[in-house]
Ligand binder design. Structure first.
Ligand code: GDP
Ligand code: MG
Length: 628
């Protein structure tokens, strides 16, 4: 395949707007996969249970385009997140490479790197739903990368579709000429042929040169337990052949290419990859950490300039993970290590806590990433785990240095002048919420934002005019920590599905933060420490103290439960003493059930932790940290 018949593209869409369905139709129309005859409409690219479960929950703001990333993590073998197909028009064969892209902000980095291998993108919008938050954020990334955008309205078979109105919306939001918008039904296949045509006509071919030195861009990698690391690459110049000796620009390590091929959508060994082509290689890389996303590969001895502008992934949400039974630490750590073999974006450190014993502190790209990892860990490691409250990375600035802190126990006491802290900064994001207008919703959304310390609030309409059901976008900056804790849940609760949400990194901002610790009978419990904004400390202190009061088992004496910031106690509850004749109802009902279960499982072996004179079973933390 010479360069001029190759097209590299991706589909960008909000969840449920039909990306997987369209991908299936494209693969069928090009004969890459067989058309399904039965009623089984399970999508080829969606092979994961967890994604399908998430996909149908309708939590549109949070689970977009997840399959790309999940496929990589869970399948452990090369599966088609990238699929190549051949399409022939007027006797001329074209090689179309569909490169999958996650739509969620947690994976902004993946979006950016997979789009770097494309020259164009299909912007797919549901004609019954209209433009949503993720459609906009991913559109901007694609636009910045200079990709040719083909706008496509999907689901026009539905009676509720409003193609003209949504087309006008796309015009006002993206500056797209409505006459360029294709109208299709990915379900029935109507108009999909025209999509293939548009891909060939509108998207420019990659500009590779065959007789230049080899230059290949590594945009993703997978881990196969038999073959080691499989890298997905886009050959920019030169020809890559099986047997080639290659070098990584980033690590200077050398490899020999043992397998070369394309995903069709299963692996097809081709032995070579031409300029412009997208495919996989195996090259005796043993560990995922050797495959640096965004790395440039060249033939050993023929150096090339590496591709600029790629930063490594950075973790934005951290949490400690501990086994409920501390004897299980080794087993837990093994499970975590096994999972991170296939997902390098998770960072791991050992952590030990006086309250919870030995555990691991993990860093994630975002809350969705954390949720998914937790779910996979729970599936893989069949015992209860305790996860501490998530924390974002803070910058603590001293006169002569800046320290990044992502574990509350390491946070200095800023209320004490002796700590010499000049300033504390926290990560902030630019958030956008798209909602229907006008309704009482706008006021509610604004309240929600302000109660989460929003600044720079702005609001504008997506539709021209202010018809009753038109849509509007609200933007503001929010501290990332607010989103990590409960902004998502509250938005979901209050909006009951009419709003969609997205956010992007907006740097750091100085903030009035402090560490809150909780004391049992005067002794601090490290695993419960939190970093809070001073304006909310009273509230948060009270809520947590109440929560602790509810779940901590009564002792033989009275136990004060206190929240403190610095030396100041800001909330307190007393846990009254246990009377000798009380044998039942010591704990909340939920707790009791859990104890029974655990007792059966572990023959009543209960581990007590001592905090001064207070004894707590490890399981109590499960309840404290697990309840919202
Ligand atoms: P994704 O989340 O973007 O991958 O969306 P899916 O491809 O999973 O589609 C979401 C839902 O919309 C599924 O139930 C599809 O069957 C349905 N769907 C997709 N395209 C169409 C279409 O053109 N018409 C209709 N009526 N339904 C569609
Ligand atoms: Mg899908």
């Amino acid at each position: 395949f010479p360069c001029d018949v190759i097209r590299n593209f991706s589909i960008i869409a909000h969840i449920d707007h039909g990306k997987s369905t369209l991908a299936d139709r494209l693969l069928e129309l090009t004969g890459t996969i067989q058309k399904k005859t039965s009623g089984n409409n399970q999508q080829v690219l969606d092979k994961l249970k967890v994604e399908r479960e998430r996909g149908i929950t309708g939590l549109e703001y949070s689970f977009v385009g997840l399959y790309f990333w999940l496929m990589k993590c869970a399948t452990q073998t090369v599966k088609a997140q990238t699929a190549s197909m051949v399409h022939t028009v007027d006797g001329k064969s074209h090689l179309l490479n569909l490169i999958d892209t996650p739509g969620h902000v947690d994976f902004a980095w993946e979006v950016s790197r997979s789009l770097a291998a494309c020259q164009g993108a299909l912007l797919l919008v549901d004609a019954t739903q209209g433009v949503q938050a993720q459609s906009i954020s991913v559109f901007h990334v694609a636009k910045e990368r200079g990709l040719e955008i083909i706008p496509v309205l999907n689901k026009i078979d539905l009676p509720a579709s409003q193609p003209e109105r949504i087309a006008a919306q796309m015009q006002s939001t993206f500056g797209i000429d409505p006459s360029n918008i294709l109208q299709i039904s990915a379900k029935t296949g109507k108009g999909v042929e025209a999509v293939l045509q548009a891909i060939i006509e509108r998207i420019p071919p990659p500009k590779g040169v065959t007789d230049k030195p080899l230059k290949a861009f590594l945009f993703d990698s997978l881990y196969d337990r038999y073959r080691g690391v499989i890298s997905l690459i886009n050959v920019q110049d030169g020809i890559l052949r099986k047997g080639d000796k290659i070098t990584s620009c980033h690590t200077r390590k050398r490899y020999e290419v043992t397998e070369v091929g394309i995903m069709h959508p299963e692996e097809v060994h081709t032995g070579t990859l031409q300029p412009g082509q997208v495919g996989f290689i195996a090259c005796n890389m043993k560990e995922s950490s050797e495959a640096h996303i965004g790395d440039t590969l060249h033939r050993t001895g023929e150096p090339v300039d590496s591709m600029p502008g790629f930063q490594p992934t950075k973790a934005m949400v951290y949490a400690g993970i501990f086994p409920v039974d501390s004897n299980d630490f080794i087993k837990l750590e093994e499970s975590i290590k096994r999972l991170t073999l296939t997902d390098r974006s998770v960072t791991i450190q050992r952590e030990s806590s006086t309250a919870l014993g030995q555990g691991c502190r993990l860093g994630f790209l975002g809350t969705l990433h954390m949720d998914v990892f937790r779910q996979r860990l729970e599936d893989e490691y069949d015992a209860n785990i305790i996860i501490t409250a998530p924390t974002v990375p803070y910058k603590v600035i001293y006169r002569d240095r800046t320290v990044m802190i992502s574990n509350p126990t390491e946070f200095p006491d800023v209320t004490d002048p002796a700590s010499k802290v000049k300033e504390v900064q926290e990560p902030i994001v630019k958030a956008s919420i798209i909602h229907t207008y006008p309704t009482e919703h706008l006021g509610e959304m604004m309240d929600l934002c302000f109660s989460h310390r929003a600044e720079d609030l702005d609001h504008r309409y997506l539709d021209s005019g202010t018809a009753l059901s038109s849509r509007a976008i609200l933007t503001c900056t929010l501290p990332l920590s607010e989103i990590v804790t409960d902004f998502f849940d509250q938005l979901k609760g209050r909006s009951s599905g009419f709003a969609s949400f997205d956010y992007e990194d907006a740097g750091y901002r100085a903030s009035n933060l402090a560490k809150m610790v909780f004391l049992l009978n005067g002794k601090p419990v490290d695993a419960l420490a939190l970093i809070v904004h001073r304006s909310a400390q009273q509230n948060i202190g009270r809520i947590w103290v109440k929560k602790l009061h509810k779940v901590i088992p009564r002792q033989l004496f009275e136990v004060p439960i206190q929240a403190a910031v610095g030396k100041k106690i800001i909330a307190r509850e007393n846990l009254s003493a246990l009377r000798a004749d009380v044998t039942a109802g010591l704990y909340g009902g939920h707790y009791e059930r859990k104890m029974k279960h655990l007792e059966n499982q572990k023959e009543g072996k209960r581990r007590m932790k001592k905090f001064g004179t207070v004894e707590l079973p490890q399981e109590a933390f499960f309840d404290i940290l697990g309840s919202k």
